[in-house]
Design a protein around this ligand. Structure first.
Ligand code: ASP
Length: 443
């Protein structure tokens, strides 16, 4: 069995955490492909190394003394090396970084050093081989990952039987310059590695025992999701659930590799398994109808009214062109005979709302356009919605019984998501209401 195991920032934040990581890796001989983040926060008052590196770069850029910040990073790695007696010349590693800083290194080089140092330390600590991400994770100039290139490079560096540690979050451009991914990008590195070595599973070790059905800041002690499909995960991530880096699903998915979210602090917990197809699991054990409930506040609904609008060709095209002109993506679009409504995020439209409405009025030739503000969208996501007659009706009834006014209803044609728009003020109450009725009381 080939496993790729990625450890996030909190899993490698201190020597105590690294001991847990070592135990986890050594408890399973299949864990030979390790990806690491930079040290995250040891406790809530601590700092993430990556944040400190970005800050260091900003100080350099504006000519402000950065010694205090950079010393924090040095101390962090030095104490890990001392406490775990890792045989690595950490002073020399820092000398090289400081030398490069003096020479005017790029921001990407500097912020990638967190992952680099964590991987260097972890590989020594485990006696695994270090393979630098810059030598095989390659980007094209447009910023996209060249998967084929990654695979070819990796095969030149890897010898069968090697156990390896790879730093996450960065790779290199065709000219060899280091390029970092977006924040949280080590998840992507793990997924790329899983893809190019055809792993059987991609384990993503973090500090929670899986993905919660809904945000624990909204619902008290929500259940964990046992199995979720890639499609469902895309839906809940898009609507606000923050679990894995958005982009990290694709490389694993391309090869149908399951992703298992696991907890470094509770390694025996099964965590959440993300699969292409959950139907086998659904046959084996009970799965709630609703897999996840997420949402976001602060949308605007722009309603355009005009008699017989639905029989006029090109009206929607004209309206959408206005939004396109301002580079505003549309969240949802609802239509009826004499009107249609376009739902967009407040922060995307707020600045241009009057210009946009004026343009819509002239393009669509109607004065009857109004804006409804303070709308929250809530998505209930579930892979078996299509086979549950009356589900949407019972969600609406539950909300109605609790006095929550539904402003919008929408169900995607793939029937894995029912989206409901409510007033911002009702957001938390509505999520709790759906959770209590369909998840807490089930299973
Ligand atoms: N260290 C990077 C960050 O904090 C990348 C990662 O941890 O995945 O965003």
């Amino acid at each position: 069995m080939i496993k790729v195991s990625k450890f996030g920032g909190s899993s490698v934040a201190s020597s105590e955490q690294l001991k847990k990581v070592k135990n986890i890796i050594e408890s399973d001989i299949d864990r030979k492909f390790i990806v690491t983040s930079a040290c995250g926060k040891e406790n809530k008052d601590d700092y993430k190394v990556t944040d400190l590196l970005y800050l260091t770069y900003a100080h350099i850029k504006y000519g402000v003394d950065y010694t205090n910040i950079f010393t924090k990073i040095e101390n962090k790695y030095k104490s890990i090396v001392d406490e775990l007696k890792i045989e690595i010349d950490i002073d020399k590693e820092f000398d090289i970084i400081k030398e490069n800083m003096k020479k005017g290194c790029t921001e990407d080089y500097l912020v990638s050093r967190g992952e680099y140092l964590s991987a260097k330390c972890l590989s020594k600590y485990l006696s695994f081989k270090f393979i630098d991400a810059k030598d095989f994770i390659v980007f094209k100039y447009d910023g996209k990952i060249d998967l084929e290139g990654c695979k070819n490079n990796f095969l030149k560096l890897f010898t069968k039987g090697d156990s390896i540690v790879v730093p996450g979050f960065y790779g290199s451009l065709p000219n060899n310059d280091i390029k970092v991914m977006t924040r949280g990008g080590s998840d992507i590195t793990g997924s790329i590695l899983a893809n190019i070595i055809d792993a059987d599973i991609y384990e993503n070790w973090t500090d929670v025992s899986g993905i919660c059905v809904c945000d624990p800041k909204i619902v008290n002690n929500p259940k964990k999701i046992k199995f979720i499909s890639y499609d469902e995960l895309r839906e809940i991530s898009y609507m606000g659930a923050n679990v894995l880096h958005d982009e990290s699903i694709f490389p694993a998915r391309e090869k149908n590799i399951p992703i298992n979210i696991k907890n470094t602090n509770e390694p025996e917990d099964p965590g959440t398994m993300i699969l292409n197809d959950c139907s086998e699991e659904d046959k084996k054990s009970y799965q709630p109808i609703i897999t996840g409930i997420t949402g976001k506040k602060d949308f605007f609904i722009i309603t355009v009214k005009k008699n017989h609008i639905s029989s006029e060709a090109g009206v929607l095209k004209n309206a959408l062109e206005v939004f396109y002109e301002y580079d505003i993506s549309i969240e949802n679009l609802l239509a009826s005979v004499d009107s249609f409504s376009i739902i967009v995020e407040k922060n995307k439209i707020e600045k241009y709302q009057y210009e946009i409405i004026a343009k819509l009025k002239s393009k669509i030739e109607t004065e009857d356009i109004y804006v409804t503000k303070n709308i929250a969208l809530i998505a209930a996501v579930g892979r078996s919605f299509y086979s549950h007659v009356g589900l949407a009706g019972s969600i609406f009834k539950t909300l109605g019984d609790d006095g929550i006014n539904i402003r919008i209803i929408s169900q995607g044609s793939d029937e894995i998501n029912i989206t409901i728009g409510v007033e911002n003020n009702d957001f938390e109450k509505a999520i709790n209401c759906i959770y209590d009725k369909f998840v807490r009381s089930e299973g």
